[in-house]
Design a protein around this ligand. Structure first.
Ligand code: ATP
Length: 359
């Protein structure tokens, strides 16, 4: 079966409650490519679950269309959309074995016994749970139950797989392990996948592309590395990864390189975000902590006072201050002898200096 493209056009959904109207999803346009693992990422209440539930058919939009390839499914009930869903709570049937849980969707579709045996075996092998086929859900760990939920969703060969915070009930170690597993399983099944989370690290690790949502609107759609290195605005920059945000002003800009003034000193930016800045404009400088390096000399262009230095084994976090600003740097190089209050120089490469219009 060839994978399905999902097209979302001008989708809107608002809820009215006690005379108050909440716009949960606000004119969203998205295209999810066939076979893609696509994330809806954003803070609590940004509308990601509402959007996912509209793709599944559990909620009807007020406006807009949802297409699976060229079929308009906007008003189709969930059971006619051929979607598979995996929820936060695994929602397995406690009285059925692992095999029967996975087989259930095939039995209700009237699939033959021999085909059920073959397809369930394939699905269990895909999630590496073949040897657990006779256990009950209460004899499995949370991570194993979620693998079974994934096998159950995939065994019916859905056109679209929808995952709603599937890892949030698991402890941190299992979450990390299952990230790689989910990506491997979805990619080998080849099913178009839409995955909802508020965990940016999960999204960066698993996604092909991510839509960052805020207040029901899409802020940016990009690959994980584009989002990290070229965030469109301050919100995306601070939601995806850690970032230092420092008040700055533009001294000059020739279209290729802007010169910025900060409390720590002057620096150049040739990051794509600095291209259209006008001299005199107040901006916010954004720089990732791992892109700040200590300079050999204290009288480098940029300098600050050591405020703190944390040794964390594989890396060290150093905080430098000026009068009103502070900047954190993360380094894996062994640095010793940093005395609190001492002035030290640091460097930021022009390509790492992101600029955001303040306000
Ligand atoms: P979370 O990560 O907390 O689940 P979310 O990004 O998935 O958040 P939604 O559940 O889609 O957000 O909710 C978006 C907005 O719509 C919120 O303000 C929420 O309170 C509101 N909302 C969602 N469902 C309803 C409903 N049935 N009735 C009224 N308001 C609702």
């Amino acid at each position: 079966m060839t994978a399905t493209r999902i097209t979302i056009e001008g989708i809107e959904k608002s809820f009215s409650r006690a005379g108050k109207r909440t716009v949960a999803v606000d004119r969203v346009d998205l295209a999810v490519e066939p076979g893609e693992i696509f994330f809806l990422l954003g803070p609590s209440g940004c509308g990601k679950t509402t959007l996912l539930r509209m793709i599944a058919g559990f909620i009807e939009p007020n406006k807009g269309r949802i297409l699976f390839d060229s079929t308009d499914v906007t008003w189709a009930p969930p059971n006619q959309r051929q979607v598979g869903m995996v929820f936060q709570s695994y929602a397995l049937w406690p009285h059925l074995s692992v095999f029967e849980n996975v087989a259930f969707g095939l039995r209700v579709r009237g699939v033959s016994k021999s085909e059920i045996n073959a397809r369930v075996a394939r699905a269990l092998a895909l999630v590496q749970m073949a040897e657990y086929r006779d256990r009950r859900p209460n004899e499995l760990s949370g991570g194993q139950q979620q693998r079974i939920a994934l096998a159950r969703a995939l065994v019916v060969e859905p056109r679209v797989l929808l995952l709603d915070e599937p890892l949030s009930n698991l402890d941190a170690k299992l979450r990390h392990e299952l990230r790689e597993e989910i990506r491997r399983v979805c990619k080998s099944a080849g099913t178009t996948t839409v995955y909802v989370t508020h965990d940016q690290k999960e999204a960066l690790a698993i996604a092909d592309r991510i839509a960052v949502l805020r207040n029901g609107k899409v802020c940016q759609v990009a690959t994980p590395s584009q989002l990290y290195f070229e965030p469109r605005d301050q919100f995306v920059a601070s939601f995806v990864g850690e970032i230092n945000l420092i008040t700055a002003s533009v001294l000059s800009n020739d279209g290729a390189t802007a010169l910025l003034r900060t409390e720590f000193g002057d620096l150049q930016s040739n990051h794509v975000s600095s291209r259209n800045l006008r001299p005199g404009e107040p901006v916010v400088l954004g720089v990732r902590p791992e892109r700040v390096s200590l300079a050999a000399r204290a009288n480098s262009h940029l300098s600050g006072y050591v405020h703190g230095a944390l040794f964390l084994g594989d890396h060290q976090v150093i905080t430098l201050k000026s009068d009103y600003s502070s900047i954190r740097m993360v380094t894996s190089t062994r640095i010793t002898g940093l005395a609190e209050g001492h002035r030290v120089g640091f460097t930021i490469q022009p390509e790492d200096a992101m600029c955001f219009v303040s306000g």
